[in-house]
Design a protein around this ligand. Sequence first.
Ligand SMILES: NC(=O)c1ccc[n+]([C@@H]2O[C@H](COP(=O)([O-])OP(=O)(O)OC[C@H]3O[C@@H](n4cnc5c(N)ncnc54)[C@H](OP(=O)(O)O)[C@@H]3O)[C@@H](O)[C@H]2O)c1
Length: 433
Amino acid sequence: MPKMRQSINIGLMGLGVVGGGVAKALIEKAEVLARQAGCPLTIRKILVSHPAKRRSIQVEPDLLTTDAGDILADPEVDIVVEVMGGERPALDYIREALISAKHVVTANKEVMAKYGPELQALAQEHQVDIRYEASVGGGIPLIAPFQHDLSANRISAIYAIINGTTNYILSRMAAEGLDFSLILKEAQELGYAEADPANDVEGVDAAYKLAILASLAFHTKVGPEDVYREGITRLAGHDFRYAKELGFAIKLLAIAKESDDEIEVRVHPTFVPEDFILAKVDGVFNAVQVEGDLVGKLLFHGEGAGARPTTSAVVADLIELAHNINSGVGTRAKPRFEPSKTIRPMSEIRTRYYLRMSVADHPGVLAQISKTLGDNLISISSVIQKGTDERAQTAEMVIMTHPAQEQAMQRALREMEGLAVVQEISNFVRVEA
Ligand SMILES: NC(=O)c1ccc[n+]([C@@H]2O[C@H](COP(=O)([O-])OP(=O)(O)OC[C@H]3O[C@@H](n4cnc5c(N)ncnc54)[C@H](OP(=O)(O)O)[C@@H]3O)[C@@H](O)[C@H]2O)c1
């Protein structure tokens, strides 16, 4: 039996939204956490950029440092909690911590999406653990369920709403019928979107998270570069009005599927039938639907970001690590990564499509469009035509298709753009049904 430790020492890197929440929990809930961990969890140092900055949490000034070496070279630090964000220098610090045989807890989706398998191998080599529950879905347990509770399953699909900012914007666009740029501006004023929103609205953040989940679900290395990605900036109020009329919600879905030994990973705006549970996930909430051969369909739902939910995940990882150190339990079983599986090219996926276009308002137009689609083996399931602009003699036409191959749809779009009767293809959105 290992000797119970007097204390487990933590080096905290970052004291922002998440780091502040973690420090607060470690201080305010010290007694309860010590009972769960088996000994006190003590913060030895906190790395920040601006020590003089005013913060929501007051800590002893001599706990703060701007020198990462104060944590990485301190032999008394058992666990490094990296909640600084960004790729560098966070990646270098995590590597150095693992090489120095310190356990790591991180909330960094970018680092884990790009370097997760490498860091897990490095941890194994140095007989320590790297935990990253907070990197996807904030407080929603996802990493541990994929690593443990679902491991008997063959996972066939994941459908996820994993970016709160875009879900907030899309929910408001649906409710108010307004265009993207207007809602974005308000979301920024309310603090729901960053001053530079590109990572969220272009789907980069969701692609990082999907790469992490797909790697765990399919036991293979899926990197962010494997994920096809489209953001939400092309969506207009019109698309939401038509979606509602047709019985759909529009969500930025992160989709991962495995079939015929190929993996499909994509993040893009998606028409989701109104009676699907994901269509009802609104505002800043996140939800992840998983389909496994034994467990069937599961839904994980909750707050995907924010200081408190994210702290819940970080501190849970800390407690488990501390408990393992105290009880002499080895590191968590490492995910097995099978040789890389084939990523299905986007051109080969099959799905249904919604098309919105501006067309000449005279007879025979639909015949030309349906011929172009038919020539590409795409059949139409419904058509709406409205919004006639009498002066310009144009009408807005909305077409829903039956399942078709992406490559064929892209070719049909190019051909339709060349038709004299088509003024503009205003939008096209993939449909999951
Ligand atoms: N916010 C969320 O809801 C949330 C949810 C899930 C995951 N995450 C992830 O958690 C991580 C942290 O996010 P956050 O929102 O807490 O970020 P944040 O509020 O910007 O805080 C970052 C902290 O790290 C410090 N820092 C940054 N770069 C540094 C450097 N080079 N050297 C020293 N200190 C540095 C900053 O110091 P100063 O304070 O002195 O500037 C700050 O305290 C990110 O990986 C993020 O993706 C966040």
